[in-house]
Design a protein around this ligand. Sequence first.
Ligand SMILES: NC(=O)c1ccc[n+]([C@@H]2O[C@H](COP(=O)([O-])OP(=O)(O)OC[C@H]3O[C@@H](n4cnc5c(N)ncnc54)[C@H](OP(=O)(O)O)[C@@H]3O)[C@@H](O)[C@H]2O)c1
Length: 299
Amino acid sequence: MAFVLPSRDPILVLGGTGKIGKRIADNLASAAIPTLVASRSGEAPSNQWLTGVKFDWFDKSTWENPWKAAGEHAVRAVHIIAPPIVDSFDLMKEFVDMALTKGTRRFILQSGSPLEAGDDKLGMGLLHEYVRKLGTEGKADWAALRPTWFMENFSEVQSHIDSINNEHRIYSATDKGQVPFVSADDVAECAVVLLTQPAPPHTEYLLVGPKHMTYDEVAQIIGELVGKRIKHDHLTDQQFQDRMVSLGMPEDLAQVLAEYEHRIALQKERHSNETIQNLLGRKPTCFRTVAEKVKEVWI
Ligand SMILES: NC(=O)c1ccc[n+]([C@@H]2O[C@H](COP(=O)([O-])OP(=O)(O)OC[C@H]3O[C@@H](n4cnc5c(N)ncnc54)[C@H](OP(=O)(O)O)[C@@H]3O)[C@@H](O)[C@H]2O)c1
């Protein structure tokens, strides 16, 4: 009887210690898939399936580390999170080109709902266009995940945690705009499907949660769960941008983020679809479920 041994070739997760990457790595390890967890720290949870690799977008001498760590094995797929700068395309293109020369074919991009393929506001829109072209030419497999805002921003982004805990406030420039917040758990599970499925995806996935919510409603739910009055403070775009810069974000990136918040205020983020249901075979997670699970962080 013929049988196929599971591949020992690892999957590379860039940003492997971040909100999405650590969840992807957890999921891959649970499925007994060897995984290279790349970040500047090079740290990985202690797990036989996970190997930490030092990787810094701004230090090209580290770019080959994942293939060195893979040794005799091929790196069979890469999950890409952009470097935290506006003009990130040239770096990412060079990295993808290098990965292709090493025999890696599949690239799963972590993009975002406002970024169409070819949008040059951030490098990931251009990378989306680039890998799509490589796919058309038969040189690479690809998918672009375009999630909306993560539910876990409120529990895992330090500036939100601090303002909720210290000021009982959530700051945004979204006004009464609605967002179909999506769970980072769901986004990561979708990424794992696309990293591991045999068939090349060759398409994009707009990932949204089950309900359109304003930041007022988010503040209300968190307040109910922790027994405090949490308020959403609407900032002007300029105030929001200044706040991001004061928290350490580069000016040009803060400006793009402020523009994206403004899109929400204009009700341009009110997407609905069945993409998560179709990819995962279950409904997307709702905000209250996520918030209930992590509420200790706000107490
Ligand atoms: N937050 C949202 O609501 C949202 C929504 C849609 C799309 N997105 C997209 O998702 C991406 C962010 O993902 P995330 O939330 O998982 O990120 P995150 O939690 O901020 O984590 C960032 C990861 O990247 C690593 N990293 C930072 N600087 C690096 C560098 N110079 N070289 C190599 N690795 C570096 C970090 O580890 P080290 O610090 O150890 O290097 C960490 O593993 C962004 O591209 C964003 O546009 C976010």
